[in-house]
Ligand binder design. Structure first.
Ligand code: HEC
Length: 219
């Protein structure tokens, strides 16, 4: 009885072995794709499921059910650290509201004015001129020279100055990409200084004077 069972187990064992090797041989043949590794044993051992930044997620699912965990967008309203959003739109209403509501967060000191002068010399003077008369060499070549700070723009409030530097106005382009908000506020102080750089004649007559210079120079 005991011998009989032993023989039967041996027989079954042999058959399983034969069948197993047959399956293995079959699995190793008949590859259609030359690049296919064939049947893989525990593929996750060598196919790393780690996530790469800005790459799709190879995992079938993640906890949020999105398959692109590596390139998920920030939630709406996210702002970079240290960045203060500018809430006024680039339109007439935004311009008016900025003029009414904005106050310069940087206290006025001689050092700040010095910094403002430096920034003005790099970014503004070629159009607006050293005294802010709108008579910089580039300003004079424009189809319409910038109005003088100490003339038409004498009473322009700080918020509107900041708004214009941020978005640009007419022929003046936006300076938001070249100047930080802090630098723009420093410039506001300097422009305000130039608004009082001359005992200007009544508003209006000054811009005519600039226009005259303009035509003379261009002829
Ligand atoms: C390419 C020439 C150019 C440059 C550079 C330029 N501006 Fe202007 N700016 C103009 C012109 C032209 C206007 C008139 C715009 C209008 O009212 O149509 C103007 C208008 C302004 C005004 C009046 C805005 C208002 O509300 O009416 C301010 C303030 C001003 N510029 C400040 C600056 C400052 C500060 C810089 C330097 C960061 C600068 N601009 C650089 C050409 C320039």
């Amino acid at each position: 009885m005991f011998g009989n069972t032993y023989h039967m187990v041996r027989k079954i064992y042999k058959r399983v072995l034969t069948l197993g090797s047959f399956v293995l041989v079959l699995a190793s043949c008949g590859k259609k794709d030359a690049n296919s590794p064939g049947i893989e044993y525990m593929p996750d051992m060598y196919r790393s499921p780690s996530l790469e930044v800005y790459n799709g997620n190879q995992l079938s699912d993640d906890t949020v059910g999105i398959r692109t965990v590596g390139m998920r967008l920030p939630v709406p309203g996210t702002v970079p650290r240290g960045f203060m959003p500018y809430p006024y739109a680039n339109d007439t209403a935004g311009y008016a509201a900025a003029g009414r509501e904005l106050r310069n967060p940087i206290p006025l000191t001689p050092e700040i004015l010095k910094e403002g002068e430096e920034l003005y010399g790099k970014f503004c003077v070629h159009c607006h001129g050293a005294q802010g008369g709108g008579d910089g060499p580039v300003g004079l070549k424009l189809p319409g020279a910038p109005p003088a700070y100490y003339g038409t723009l004498k009473n322009l409030p700080a918020g509107k100055i900041f708004h214009t530097i941020t978005y640009g106005k007419g022929l003046m382009g936006s300076h938001a990409s070249q100047l930080t908000q802090q630098e723009r506020w420093i410039l506001v102080h300097y422009v305000q200084k130039l608004q009082h750089s001359k005992d200007a004649p009544a508003a209006g007559s000054d811009s005519t004077a600039v226009a005259k210079v303009d035509t003379k120079k261009r002829k």
